[in-house]
Ligand binder design. Structure first.
Ligand SMILES: NC(=O)c1ccc[n+]([C@@H]2O[C@H](COP(=O)([O-])OP(=O)(O)OC[C@H]3O[C@@H](n4cnc5c(N)ncnc54)[C@H](OP(=O)(O)O)[C@@H]3O)[C@@H](O)[C@H]2O)c1
Length: 247
């Protein structure tokens, strides 16, 4: 075992980790690695059947279903969880639409899934979140490098998560609050968002990237586990994008 994984194992052993978005992609990879480090992992997904299946297949300690844009479902999902050591909020979709064209109600979803979901989740947990624990948010390389393809609102919501984490690191102290900012990562989200255009999009993108490939969910998941287990990471945005912001 190397130094980082032994640190994760000593920090996360028997700690309760709740991961919203833990049923797929980056969240699932984070859940698997947190479990491997000894944590008791509860995953929260949108789809109840999928959440149950994933939790059973991976031997997680539990699963819940919620729609993070509906506060009452967050409250229901967390109602019987007495104590949370590490909270990870990764649930979300790729909200894309041009500011002058898209429905405003749809564009608002970028903030509902991120900022307002985090506000409701933290208020719901209140004192149940351990004072020596952590909160990890997700943003994305878009926060620094938006595109002209209708991502301005999602970029704004992503950047807002980073600022929100810095503010909360003070407001919730000594609870640590960080954000992971991944570049394009190979998860089910890509196919769901791009459909038949996925392969062409990935080929054009990877040609430009320094490492000529997308990130993997496992790489991003390892970064989430690092943020939750390293007790001196606080108020930080950790970029994991293979150098995408340099090109
Ligand atoms: N992949 C990338 O390139 C990339 C880059 C930057 C940032 N991100 C962000 O990283 C996060 C995870 O992305 P991913 O690529 O791992 O996606 P993914 O594989 O599609 O996983 C998304 C997760 O979020 C859950 N979810 C979605 N909408 C929800 C809702 N309204 N309420 C509750 N749960 C909900 C899904 O549950 P179900 O499985 O039940 O639907 C699933 O567990 C997203 O917020 C995404 O915007 C991704």
């Amino acid at each position: 075992m190397n130094d980082i994984s032994s640190l994760a194992a000593s920090t996360l052993q028997d700690r309760t980790v709740v991961i919203f978005g833990g049923t797929s992609g980056i969240g699932l990879a984070s859940a698997i690695q947190a479990k491997a480090a000894g944590a008791k992992v509860i995953v929260v997904g949108f789809n109840p059947e999928g959440a149950e299946r994933v939790a059973t297949e991976n031997g997680f300690n539990g699963w819940r279903a919620a729609d993070v844009t509906k506060p009452e479902t967050i409250a229901q999902a967390l109602a019987d969880i007495p104590h949370v050591d590490h909270l990870v909020l990764l649930a979300g979709t790729f909200v894309a639409g041009k500011v002058l064209d898209a429905e405003v109600e749809y564009l608002k979803r970028a903030f509902d899934e991120r900022i307002w979901a985090a506000v409701h989740t933290l208020r719901t947990l209140g004192e149940r979140l351990a004072s020596d624990g952590s909160v990890t948010f997700i943003s994305g390389a878009l926060a620094d490098r938006p595109s002209a393809q209708g991502t301005a609102v999602l970029a704004a919501a992503s950047a807002a998560m980073e600022a929100f984490a810095r503010g909360l690191a003070l407001e919730l102290a000594p609870i640590r609050v960080n954000t992971l900012s991944p570049g394009t990562t190979d998860t089910p989200l890509l196919s769901r968002t791009l459909g038949t255009h996925r392969d062409a999009y990935v080929a054009a993108l990877t040609e430009k990237l320094p490492q000529r490939r997308l990130g993997t969910a496992e790489e991003a998941g390892a970064a989430v586990v690092f943020l939750m287990s390293n007790g001196f990471m606080n108020g930080e945005t950790l970029h994991i994008d293979g150098g995408a912001r340099l090109v």
